[in-house]
Design a protein around this ligand. Structure first.
Ligand code: GTP
Ligand code: MG
Length: 203
């Protein structure tokens, strides 16, 4: 069992140029605007409002860095602590900003995802109600086009509280390595936390 010990906001940067290096493994949260990235970060670290979430799409507009500390309690009651940087990103597909602003976000996001050296894990959040949208298929091939040997992708299907059992089964059939999560019911959060830490630490 892995528990969240503490988490704090470190800084926000508009692009990779301004982002300091933390010499710590980084986990990035990406997905369509409003899919639940900021809410999931809060659930993973057991805090209500660390990453700002909102029902209005386009809430997160900068690259936000959080430092989180986790603790794994082993069977022999030995404890091991880990630090990770969680990176909350602006959502893609958000149209209600000026085109010039949108193009600038896109370029900043693209450079960050491709060239940020400490990224160990890409968390791709997908709305469980619309799990096979073209935009998400494209994101997956986009990430795979530059994925390094020391990096992984984890698919999390969000807002699973809105699904019935047969819809959940359809997702698990579509993507057996994906994890269904709900920040509302807290279902899947412990499992996601465990998978994120194991992947990020290359275990
Ligand atoms: P941007 O920053 O705009 O890209 O959005 P985001 O992906 O960070 O989404 P955010 O966490 O702000 O959540 C968007 C909306 O979805 C909010 O109204 C949340 O309350 C809601 N939401 C998030 N997670 C869940 C969930 O598990 N279940 C349900 N029903 N709603 C959720
Ligand atoms: Mg957000």
């Amino acid at each position: 069992m892995i528990r969240a010990l503490s988490a704090k906001f470190i800084t926000s940067s508009p692009s990779i140029k301004e982002a300091p290096s933390f010499v710590t493994s980084e986990v990035v949260f990406l997905g369509r605007s409003n899919v639940g990235k900021s809410s999931l970060i809060n659930a993973l670290v057991n805090q209500k409002n660390l990453a700002k979430s909102s029902s209005t799409p386009g809430k997160t507009q900068l690259i936000n860095f959080f430092e989180a500390e986790f603790c794994e309690e082993k069977e022999d009651s030995e404890k091991e602590k880990f630090k990770l940087i969680l990176v909350d990103l602006p959502g893609f597909g958000y149209a209600k900003v000026a085109k010039s602003k949108h193009d600038e976000w896109r370029k900043n996001l693209d450079e960050f995802l491709k060239f940020r050296s400490d990224i160990r894990l890409f968390i791709h959040l997908i709305d469980a109600r619309h799990f096979d949208l073209d935009i998400d298929v494209n994101v997956d091939s986009y990430l795979k086009s530059f994925l390094r040997a020391d990096q992984k992708i984890l698919n999390l299907y969000t807002k699973s509280d809105k699904l019935n059992q047969s819809q959940k089964s359809a997702i698990m059939k579509f993507d057996p390595s994906g994890i269904l999560v709900s920040t509302l019911s807290k279902s899947g959060i412990d499992k996601a936390r465990e998978a994120i830490i194991n992947h990020a630490l290359g275990r």
